[in-house]
Design a protein around this ligand. Structure first.
Ligand SMILES: O=C(O)CCC(=O)C(=O)O
Length: 200
């Protein structure tokens, strides 16, 4: 996905582990898989490794969301790792988390207009959300790990020159049940809509 699909300099998201053995090996069978298994106290399955960028000036905000809402799994026992490939700070859109939000259940989500993050929390912005929100700037090589229920978001990239590149790795506990039918149906519907709107 590109912020502007006619400008290849605006790459924002790219699925890597499905197509590239190097990234597949980073996701499955290595140190990061072990770390995910410790974080979830369970054997895990590596599900995806994606490139996430916010190109300078054009990178849009990431809407507040819980990854578990997108995953359609029961129970929502999964972690996402976010590996900074360059400096991420307030200016270029580092991630922020709502501390403790993984303990407070799934919030209502609704359609967002952000390409790549089609769902956002519809009632985000309560006093509790904002009081507990913590910004996490990162240096190249820093690894952030969040639970699938942790609310997070990021601002857009206001820098005129700096990208905000990162890798996102997703691991599910092997105890989860996936609603694959619902997931495929949703993804197909979304792809059709984005295609019709000329966004992909
Ligand atoms: O890179 C971003 O801005 C958001 C990434 C994200 O939401 C995630 O990895 O779960």
């Amino acid at each position: 996905m590109y912020e502007n699909k006619d400008d290849k300099g605006t790459l924002k998201q790219l699925e890597l582990s499905k197509y590239d053995p190097y990234f597949r090996a980073m996701l499955v069978g290595g140190e990061l898989e072990k770390l995910a298994s410790v974080a979830l106290a369970s054997p895990v399955e590596g599900k995806a490794l994606q490139y996430f960028n916010k190109p300078p000036r054009l990178g849009k905000p990431t809407p507040p969301h819980q990854d578990g809402y997108y995953f359609m799994i029961t129970p929502p026992e999964a972690v996402t790792m976010w590996l900074a490939l360059d400096v991420a700070d307030e200016e270029n859109g580092c991630i922020s988390y709502v501390r403790g939000s993984h303990r407070s259940g799934m919030r209502p989500h609704g359609r967002s207009e952000t390409l790549g993050f089609s769902q956002g929390i519809t009632d985000f912005g309560t006093r509790e959300d904002l009081t507990n929100e913590v910004l996490l700037p990162a240096l190249p090589g820093d690894l952030l790990i969040h639970h699938a229920m942790t609310i997070h978001r990021a601002k857009g990239n206001r820098s005129l020159v700096r990208n905000r590149p990162a890798l996102g790795l997703v691991y599910y506990s092997t105890t989860v049940r996936e609603d694959k039918k619902a997931l495929v149906a949703y993804q197909n519907k979304l792809t059709t809509e984005l295609d019709a709107a000329g966004k992909i």
